[in-house]
Design a protein around this ligand. Structure first.
Ligand code: NAD
Ligand code: WQD
Length: 334
């Protein structure tokens, strides 16, 4: 089977390419390299010993994507390409709506034109807003997102569902990720955001390599066991494997299916700091700061539906997530 991976040189996309190649899929990638580097293609190939076809294309320039569809016939598309920085989306909503929504509309038009109507979409747990229940199940209604980035995910879920509803040749799998961290065990693939990171693990890694003096812990007065925010951190390789399982689903049904991809475990900010220190035998200086606007106390998945229907569940524990994150940081960030 041949899979198109949009945004395939990015953090989650690159790990998914590795898992797809390891399972014998043919992989074609396009990316505009806005938030990733072309070297990632070589790294994917050196890890797997297999080739991928790479195209530099921008979803906002529909014609730049056309050669990808002219040259290949796809069994399914895994759609990662998009902008993802929450804070930036508040400052530049037009950029986010334009890139993520117009870009995806362009992609879907081409998919329709070339007769590939199966898409696995990178959604986010953020679409639940303030969820009705914790752990969060897929039965929880979607809620109000706290930023434009989140709204692009929520709106795209609706758009893809409407497309499928209008044309039952379409098959749509919406994957709602919780908090991906970790890196490939080779230390070759991982996440290296530009500038000062917003997310917890990239920030910890910058402190660990000495680029930032200390971690600010955003609030210690939440209604959680130690007062700091609780999240569902999932190893990016586990997340990548979830996509491989979702390929079977998207190619065997003509429906819209939605799955949480999380571990079901909630860890606090201080749990993560302590686990990172223990796994890697180092110290992360931190101080308590005020709460960050928009943060919830506790947010973790009920991943049962993905286990039952996709046959997928996360395998890697927190220690492994911390070890793999640090291996990547040492090789790439210092
Ligand atoms: P990433 O930024 O590492 O990867 C996204 C890739 O898309 C980048 O390589 C970027 O260059 C590319 N891209 C962006 N706009 C493009 C365009 N117009 N045309 C072509 N390529 C374009 O991000 P990631 O962490 O790998 O996330 C992948 C997807 O998963 C995103 O859609 C993101 O919103 C979603 N997601 C991520 C998280 C997370 O915490 N990392 C959580 C939930 C959902
Ligand atoms: C985790 C915890 C912070 C940084 C975000 C997006 C979400 C999804 C995943 C894409 C919280 C605390 C953080 C720091 C801290 N992305 N923290 N100091 O906010 O759960 O989710 O990434 O879809 O949409 O919102 O992740 O890593 O930013 O924060 O104390 O410097 O760490 O308050 O409790 P979040 P995060």
């Amino acid at each position: 089977m041949k899979i198109l991976v949009t945004g395939g040189t990015g953090y989650i996309g690159s790990h998914t390419c590795v898992e797809l190649l390891n399972k014998g899929f043919e992989v074609v990638v396009f990316d505009n390299l806005y938030n990733s580097k072309i070297e990632v293609v070589d790294k994917i190939e050196s890890i797997t010993g297999k080739k991928i076809a790479f195209y530099k294309a921008d979803m906002l320039d529909k014609e730049s994507m056309r050669p990808v569809f002219e040259d290949h016939t796809f069994d399914a598309v895994i759609h990662f390409a998009g902008l993802k920085a929450v804070g930036e989306s508040v400052e530049k909503p037009l950029l986010y709506y334009q890139n993520n929504i117009t870009g995806t509309l362009n992609l879907c038009e081409l998919m329709s034109e070339y007769g590939c109507k199966r898409i696995i979409f990178s959604s986010s747990a953020t679409v639940y807003g303030e969820p009705e229940e914790i752990p969060v199940t897929e039965n929880c209604p979607k809620g109000a997102c706290s930023n434009p980035y989140g709204w692009t995910k929520s709106m795209l879920e609706q758009i893809l569902s409407d497309i499928q509803n209008s044309d039952h040749e379409w098959s749509v799998v919406l994957l709602r990720y919780f908090n991906p961290i970790g890196a490939h065990e080779s230390g070759l693939l991982g996440e290296s955001p530009n500038g000062i990171p917003n997310n917890l693990m990239p920030y910890i890694m910058q402190v660990a390599v000495g680029k930032l003096p200390e971690l600010g812990v955003f609030g210690d007065d939440y209604d959680t066991p130690d007062g700091t925010g609780v999240r569902d951190y999932i190893h990016v390789v586990d997340l990548a494997k979830g996509h491989v399982n979702a390929v079977e689903k998207v190619t065997s049904t003509n429906e819209v299916n939605v799955y949480n991809l999380g571990t079901g475990n909630g860890y606090s900010v201080l749990d993560i700091v302590k686990a990172f220190e223990k796994a890697n035998d180092l110290t992360i200086p931190y101080s308590i700061k005020p709460r960050r606007a928009g943060d919830l106390a506790s947010y973790y998945a009920n991943p049962k539906k993905a286990k039952e229907e996709l046959g997928w569940e996360a395998q890697y524990d927190l220690e492994r997530m911390c070890q793999d994150s640090w291996r990547f940081a040492k090789k790439n960030l210092s």
